[in-house]
Structure formats: structure tokens, C-alpha cells
Design a protein around this ligand. Structure first.
Ligand SMILES: [Fe+2]
Ligand SMILES: [Fe+2]
Length: 169
């Protein structure tokens, strides 16, 4: 049930903001969905549901990091005041990926171990997301031109389509 709530929340937020969403807002929505999934993970008492939520979190975090690394971070590196912060961002993503690797087969892990691993993952994620929202997104919003934002959004949409086509092939 919780995974359905998550999926619907993600789609609703996307729908509500679709008309005038820029890339930084899209990334914030991802952050919100990840936070919400963590909350639901803590609420559920059902180990099978917990594993499903973790699978959802792994997919979301993987896709979100890809968009940032392939499109958003390179654009931010053009802004001199963000260069060091973005370098740290890549490093934090590496740490997050290490945790995600350990969670790939969430359903096979004993529940207690799963809980401990999600806690360590989320400690890194929350720190990283906090810095992005405080230090990166506001500067990017101000400094990246509207045309650049539009270009980035079209690239995100194209890369999503490519991924869907690959899945369908
Ligand atoms: Fe990030
Ligand atoms: Fe992010």
C-alpha cells in the first residue's frame, strides 16, 4: 500500500508543478519523494512492504543522481561559486551509490540489517540533500538562464524516453 502512495504522490507533485516547473524544482520534488519514502519505511511494520519501499528508494535515488550528474552538475560547474560544492557533490554521490549497492537485493536482507543499512544511507542522503537545497539550488536558480533551464529539462525528458525505449526493447 505504501509504495502505491509514494508513486501517486510523485505523480501528483509532478502534475501540480508541470506547467511552470524548472529543473531545480524537479530535483526538489525528487528530494521530497525520497524523504517521504523514508518516513513510510519507518512507519511500516511489515518486512515485505519495507523491502518494497527500499526498492522504490533505490530506483528513485539512482535516477535522481543520474540526472544531476549527467545534466545538472555539469551546468552548475559553469558557475564559479559552485565549482567546489559540485566537486563535493560528486564525491557524496559516490558514497550514496556504495550504500545503494548494498541495498540492491533488499528483499533478501534480514529486516534488522535492512533497517540499519537504510539508516546509514539516509544519514548521507539527508546531509547531501540539505547542502544541495541550501547552497546549490538557490544559486543555480538565480544564475542559470531560462534558456539553459529549458534545454536541461528537454534533455531530462529525452533521457527518460531513451530509458523507457530501452526497457521496452
Ligand atoms: Fe545530489
Ligand atoms: Fe539532489
Amino acid at each position: 500500500m505504501f509504495t502505491r502512495v509514494l508513486e501517486r504522490t510523485r505523480l501528483t507533485l509532478k502534475f501540480l508543478t508541470r506547467m511552470k516547473m524548472d529543473l531545480t524544482e524537479m530535483l526538489e520534488i525528487d528530494h521530497m519523494v525520497i524523504d517521504l519514502s523514508y518516513l513510510l519505511f519507518k512507519m511500516t511494520k511489515d518486512p515485505r512492504e519495507a523491502a518494497e519501499i527500499v526498492e522504490f528508494m533505490v530506483r528513485q535515488l539512482t535516477r535522481h543522481s543520474e540526472v544531476e550528474e549527467e545534466l545538472f552538475y555539469p551546468a552548475c560547474q559553469e558557475i564559479s561559486s559552485l565549482r567546489d560544492r559540485i566537486r563535493e557533490g560528486y564525491e557524496e554521490h559516490r558514497q550514496i551509490k556504495k550504500h545503494l549497492g548494498e541495498l540492491r537485493n533488499a528483499g533478501d536482507l534480514p529486516y534488522e540489517k535492512l533497517k540499519a543499512q537504510v539508516e546509514s544511507l539516509m544519514a548521507v542522503v539527508r546531509h547531501h540533500v540539505g547542502e544541495e537545497e541550501r547552497e546549490v539550488l538557490p544559486v543555480a536558480r538565480k544564475s542559470l538562464q531560462k534558456s539553459k533551464m529549458q534545454e536541461l529539462i528537454s534533455q531530462v525528458v529525452e533521457s527518460k524516453q531513451r530509458r523507457l525505449e530501452k526497457l521496452a526493447a
